[in-house]
Design a protein around this ligand. Structure first.
Ligand code: FAD
Length: 250
């Protein structure tokens, strides 16, 4: 049977493209940012992701989704991959893929979990662990176009050593407020004891519901369900809460 005909723009997004690794950046002991050159890349919006396909010499092939970490930048795209010790794909990407190697990449994917520069309402970003990645693309896009939309970021992470983009987030970014929540260990003299995100964290570090912010929540399934549930309980309209789940709650 012949394949269905799809609009040209969609067809472009469904097409696998060769992506060559041009740079590896060590973010933490277990996370790497991988920068790829992707000839013909159509561009993307902050918050979108790609599918990455790996094919072994014997023809075995597997694919995973990764959020775009970078602001649109021609044919260059950056992903940040967190290594899962028992994972099939992430240890290969973080430890073995070398500069000059090729993978296949398809996208960009996603039209809901995106921030567009036309949006003028306040923005709340709530990220758990590697769930910061697409939120960082939003922060970088805002900075790249000198947008002044008020942003607030709540970033929940196990420990200071697990923090992504530490130096970049330390820089002053006018209109971006940042709150760090640690779940297992904190920096010395940190006022908040380690623990999972609470309603109080979201109300002090976020926006009041009557400011009608759009809230972007990303991380493991468990983190996203908890944080989105707390936002609704605080009075945020479910229609203004956009979520992206990366996988199991572990
Ligand atoms: C839209 C989307 C965007 C994503 N963006 C990113 C990103 O920017 N950076 C990133 O590092 N990952 C991201 N992920 C997760 C990524 O797709 C993979 O699931 C992850 O890298 C694990 O793949 P793996 O092959 O190493 O593990 P697998 O071999 O698939 O799984 C190994 C074990 O880990 C568990 N597991 C799988 N995924 C997760 C997870 N996310 N958290 C905890 N345990 C898990 C499995 O249940 C299994 O027990 C994203 C997922 C989605 C759906």
């Amino acid at each position: 049977m012949a394949g269905a005909t799809v609009p040209r723009r969609l067809g472009e997004r469904l097409r696998w493209r060769a992506a060559r690794l041009t740079e590896r950046v060590t973010e933490t002991g277990t996370a790497r940012t991988l920068v790829f050159d992707v000839p013909g890349w159509p561009g993307h919006l902050a918050g979108q992701h790609v599918d990455v396909r790996l094919t072994a010499e014997d023809g075995y092939s597997t694919q995973r989704s990764y959020s775009l970490a970078s602001a649109p930048d021609g044919e260059s795209v950056a992903l940040t991959v967190q290594r899962l010790e028992d994972g099939e794909v992430s240890p290969y990407l973080t430890d073995e893929l070398a500069v000059g190697d090729l993978v296949e990449l398809r996208g960009p994917v996603g039209g809901w979990f995106v921030w567009r520069t036309e949006q003028k309402e306040p923005i709340l970003l709530v990220g758990g662990g590697s769930g910061l990645v697409p939120l960082m693309a939003m922060i970088r896009t805002r900075r790249a176009v000198s947008d002044r939309t008020p942003f607030r970021l709540l970033y929940s992470v196990r420990s200071p050593d697990d923090q992504l983009y530490t130096a970049e987030l330390r820089r002053d970014d006018p209109g971006l407020d940042k709150t760090y929540l640690y779940t297992r260990s904190t920096p010395e003299h940190w006022p908040r004891p380690p623990g999972h995100v609470t309603a109080s964290d979201l109300s002090t570090g976020g926006w009041p519901p009557d400011f009608e912010p759009t809230c972007y929540v990303c991380g493991s399934t468990g983190f996203v369900e908890t944080a989105a549930g707390l936002l609704v309980a605080l009075g945020h309209h479910p229609g203004r809460i956009r979520t992206e789940r990366f996988g199991p709650s572990a």
